[in-house]
Design a protein around this ligand. Structure first.
Ligand code: NAD
Ligand code: MLT
Length: 313
């Protein structure tokens, strides 16, 4: 039988997850927006730490948290957690890889349409009373080619949805077999071919040393037109290069949900380019997704405290 354990939550998660932890008998403390020494103090007596993408879980955090058993990421990407340091300190890292996949895929589709039809730009002008009907001649996604970089969970859900509206699909993912792509009606191609053929390119890789700045000036020139959507991770696309490419007409537009540094600085070049549609990392922000990931992480923390397998599910 376990004793009462302390769970520190440093990024907001759905109440359903907090409730589940409390019902399991654990003490839950929330401390949002803590950084630096305040984070190190807060985590000192915690047995579990729950984060989303806002908290950087560095080696110093693991050093400060001598009683830590598990870090739970209420979402998919663990690029804000120093996994090597977790391993060195014997701390489990768990994520919730399924719960927000559909939300992220739907946001990706929404962003593709938003940029193809200039919806945010037209909306903003109409709200100020300007009837700019003649200024926006959009692009249909139907019969265009979608290039998918990273055909994992989110990439596959995007493929299904955009296949359904009549796009041709090509994909680049060096870690999957052709059958996965074929099942989705997509053709697996090399990276350059994916860039060259795509009218819309959508990125769905994790941020790793291999994918950092995967898409920069040269890759955008290979696209030579069309739209880029990034609802995966900032850092996979070089922001200066993308802003320049949309500004000079190399690309028709882009839609970006994620940034190399978040919250994004007002100086970020992407904010200055009219044909770049932006959202503040909203891909997973639906009620269903947030409840899913919060309860998944609560269950995994409880399992870890009970010495049971942590399933990352
Ligand atoms: P996943 O692990 O299921 O899929 C990632 C895919 O990328 C895998 O198939 C992998 O083989 C592929 N990949 C890895 N390196 C690659 C490379 N160099 N080139 C091409 N493909 C490569 O992950 P997922 O659940 O599909 O999530 C995808 C991304 O979306 C992650 O970065 C995740 O953090 C992010 N995400 C963002 C939001 C949001 O709120 N915007 C929500 C959910 C997920
Ligand atoms: C994720 O990787 O799951 C996303 O960053 C979603 C989020 O937590 O905002």
């Amino acid at each position: 039988m376990i004793t009462r354990m302390k769970v520190l939550v440093t990024d907001p998660i759905d109440d359903a997850g907090l409730e589940r932890l409390r019902e399991a008998g654990h003490e839950v403390e929330t401390a949002y927006d803590v950084t630096g020494d305040a984070l190190l103090d807060a985590v000192a007596d915690a047995n579990a730490l729950v984060v989303r993408s806002g908290t950087e879980v560095t080696d110093a955090v693991f050093e400060a948290a001598s009683d830590l058993v598990i870090v739970g990421r209420a979402g998919i990407g663990v690029d804000n957690i120093d996994i090597d340091a977790a391993t060195d300190h014997g701390v489990i890292v768990a994520n919730a890889p399924e719960g927000n996949v559909r939300a992220a895929a739907e946001h990706t589709v929404a962003m593709a349409f938003a940029s193809a039809r200039s919806i945010p730009q037209a909306h903003a002008r109409l709200k100020t009373g300007e009837w700019a009907k003649g200024d926006y001649l959009g692009t249909e996604l139907n019969a265009k080619t979608l290039g998918i970089v990273g055909l994992g969970r989110v990439g596959q859900e995007v493929a299904k949805r955009l296949d359904g509206i009549g796009m041709d699909l090509v994909a680049y993912d060096p870690y999957i077999g052709e059958e996965r792509a074929e099942r989705l009606g997509a053709k697996l191609v090399e990276f350059e071919a994916c860039l060259e053929r795509a009218d819309f390119l959508t990125v769905h890789t994790p941020l790793t040393p291999e994918t950092e700045d995967l898409i920069s000036t040269e890759e955008l020139e290979l696209m030579g037109g069309g739209y880029l959507v990034n609802c995966a991770r900032g850092g996979v696309v070089d922001e200066d290069a993308l802003a320049a490419a949309v500004e000079d007409g190399t690309l028709d537009g882009a839609a970006i949900d994620v940034f190399a540094d978040e919250p994004v600085s007002p100086d970020n070049p992407l904010l200055d380019v009219d044909d770049v549609v932006v959202t503040p990392h909203l891909g997973a922000s639906t009620e269903a997704a947030q409840e899913n990931v919060a309860t998944s992480i609560a269950d995994q923390i409880d399992a870890a405290f009970n010495g049971e397998p942590v399933m990352n599910a």
